[in-house]
Design a protein around this ligand. Structure first.
Ligand code: ADE
Length: 428
């Protein structure tokens, strides 16, 4: 019972899946354990994740653990139709996803996942969990818990929790060190720059690249763009972000990293390529678009397509046309032309130029997901509704397995060193 674009793409999808499978050693190890122990036997898992080859290997791992899987994408543009077709052929797999969905199709696919009546949900951006709480409340009593993949989703979940609206435990997979330190930083950096290069085929070296947002994703993008020879400007916003972080700290960190730092008002007229990665809206607004040079390229690497104000772009334009795949040319009334990549949606995932993070990165992130699902099952009925952390042992295990999969084995501290690390009496 699946709905995909073209079942005939399955053979191609199988080849994509095979390539991901042989390059995801951490998930392979977990899969072996799942196959033996069947920890998910009798359970249904509903997912809203960017449906591409690496995600396919996570879904296979869950199915190997005994689960019935219902999956959709978490974005209308990010499904790899070949992979969706291949997964739809597998036992215990129900797929509702294709690339280029309308908004209605997107939400109807989420609904189809929920029609499977999940015990556990895995979300990326919180749309699925939000839909359960808003429209499918009858499912709440059956749900053991959920997992959330991304920063934006965790922020939404915490806001739900603050309002007393979140009715089951959700593990903030994003907040595990073995996820955000690597996925958000190195993963987003490579996948974003890869996607911009694929879409435009333009040289990065020598360009002025403006990176908006210096969270983990922005840090990664700025650093790798510099490595490719770009002049990088970092844009941050005044204000507090949490207990120990603010836009001021982030801006200062970027400055000490050697980047130019300024406001978007100042940067707007200087950049050749703009990349937003803030998790907030209208970061590039009408007054910024008006200042931009002709030929400027606009890309978004944040979860939602609201970081670049597309309405403002439309209001300034006399016409828009798809000049090449993933690139829309906006001809402004002022005579300038601006180029928007992938409709302002996640540039690193919107197909075909966006292919998601590198395989090794997603091996780690999805290993955290698989083990978090098992943790929810093992602790069924014991966790309170609300956002909860990935257990430290899981976090450490994934980092260790990822290292070992690269042939690196660390030696433990000596007994003397372990004692010293825990003592408060001995000084020098
Ligand atoms: N592939 C699948 N999910 C992804 C994500 N959240 N980020 C990058 N690549 C992905």
């Amino acid at each position: 019972m699946s709905k995909v674009k073209n079942e005939k793409l399955a053979a191609e999808g199988d080849r994509e899946l095979e390539w991901a499978r042989v390059n995801m050693p951490v998930l392979a190890q977990i899969r072996k354990d799942f196959e033996r122990d069947k920890p998910l036997k009798g359970l249904t898992i509903g997912t809203a994740l960017h449906l591409e080859k690496k995600t396919g290997i996570l879904l296979e791992t869950l199915a190997a653990g005994g689960a019935k899987v219902f999956c959709s994408s978490c974005n209308p543009l990010t499904t790899d139709d070949r992979v969706a077709a291949a997964l739809a052929k597998q036992p215990n797999m129900n797929v509702f996803a294709w690339a280029g969905q309308t908004k209605d199709e997107y939400y109807s696919c989420l609904n189809s996942v929920l029609d499977g009546s999940p015990d556990i949900v895995i979300d990326d951006g919180c749309d699925l969990i939000f839909a359960i709480h808003e429209k499918r409340k009858e499912l709440l009593k059956k749900i053991i818990g959920g997992c959330e993949e991304t920063t934006t989703g965790v922020i939404r979940l915490k806001a739900m929790q603050k309002d007393g609206a979140l009715k089951f435990p959700v593990i903030a997979v994003n907040n595990a060190y073995s996820k955000y330190l690597f996925d958000n930083r190195f993963g987003t950096a490579q996948s974003t720059l890869d996607a911009i290069s694929r879409a435009t085929n333009k040289l990065i070296a020598g360009k002025t690249i403006v990176v908006a947002g210096y969270g983990w994703c922005g840090r990664g993008i700025a650093s790798r763009a510099r490595g490719l020879g770009a002049n990088v400007i970092v844009v941050e916003t005044a204000g507090t972000l949490g207990e120990h972080e603010s836009g001021y700290h982030r801006a200062l960190e970027a400055l000490y990293e050697g980047f130019r730092v300024m406001s978007m008002d100042e940067a707007a007229g200087l950049g050749d390529i703009f990349i937003t990665a803030t998790g907030n809206k209208n970061i590039i607004d009408k007054q910024h678009l008006q200042k931009m040079k002709t030929g400027t390229i606009l890309a978004n690497a944040g979860h939602f397509n609201n970081e670049i104000n597309e309405e403002a772009l439309n209001s300034l334009a006399k016409g828009k046309r798809e000049i090449k795949e993933n690139v829309d040319a906006y001809e402004l009334k002022s005579g300038k032309t601006l180029y928007l990549l992938s409709e302002g949606r996640l540039v690193n995932l919107a197909r075909p130029s966006g292919q998601g993070h590198p395989i090794e990165i997603m091996d780690g992130s999805f290993a955290v997901q698989a083990l978090s699902v098992k943790f929810l099952v093992d602790n069924r009925g014991k966790l309170k509704p609300g956002v909860t952390s990935v257990p430290t042992e899981t976090d450490n295990l994934v980092a260790r397995l990822a290292l070992e999969s690269q042939g690196i084995k660390l030696s433990p501290p000596t007994k003397e060193q372990a004692e010293y690390a825990n003592s408060w009496k001995e000084g020098t």
